[in-house]
Design a protein around this ligand. Sequence first.
Ligand code: 13P
Ligand code: SF4
Length: 311
Amino acid sequence: MNEIQQEIRRLAKLKKAIIMAHYYQRAEIQDVADFIGDSLALAQQAAKTDADIIVMCGVHFMAETAKILCPDKKVLIPDATAGCSLADSCKAEDLAVWKAMHPDYTVVSYVNTSAAVKALTDVVVTSSNAMKIVGKLPADAKILFGPDHNLGNYINSETGRHMELWNGACHVHSRFSVEALLALKNEHPNAPVLAHPECKQVILDLSDVIGSTQALLNYVKTHSNHSEYIIATESGVIHEMQKACPDVHFLPVPPEMTEGVGCHCNECEYMRQNTLELLLKCLQTESPEVTVDSDVSEKALVSIEKMLAWS
Ligand code: 13P
Ligand code: SF4
């Protein structure tokens, strides 16, 4: 650990703070965290922590979810402007209009949404539990699903449901280059392709394993017979994959603009806004603090708790 990391650990212990990090965080932040997880695991961990302070190294909606689950705790995020293109694609006022047009529908929202959107939602899902939770709804339930169109489309095709889909997308997962993936498959015919369901259908059609960040990680950890994998998700997860399987070669699919030269990664710039320096400052100053309006929080808690109970 470098000096900054040591100071972060010292302050976290002193202040009884838990540092939580998503797998898409910078490697040096993952290495200093108490807990690393995907969206579901972070929410589950926040719900049960006895720490006084939660430092969420992730994007804003993740910190909001932790605050909703722990309204009496101080929830901090190193960079409060770390947003999410997918969450931004669905404003609460627009969802309210869509809901009003479909009065007898159940609203299922991906966790990548604002607290205000969650407050208008019947049940929240993450990529880890979306299939299971949609499966628990009556077969004839009419469902509005948002905001991720790719994930919704994937659930519809796997379950035979006909959910109405919001037209949102994650700019990271929807920009993988099909040509680059085909070229990687050609060069590495024995490497299974692992993809996140936020990817476009054409990428999923070319993949061998489709799953949430945690599911893809679990797959790599439990299948020791492969020496290389092609990864179609945010490349931050490769840090944990490489730690678990040091001899395995992980090949990230590049984004469309890269065309196989230069940077071969596909990083979420919002996730990377959090740096070690900002994390240290955040612990020193106990800010920026994430707060949620109490009325919104109470309503959003219902749809988040339903998700946790059904997971
Ligand atoms: P999961 O953590 O649920 O796999 O979602 C991926 C993601 O894009 C988080 O912002
Ligand atoms: Fe949002 Fe996509 Fe970044 Fe996840 S990877 S935080 S969905 S923009």
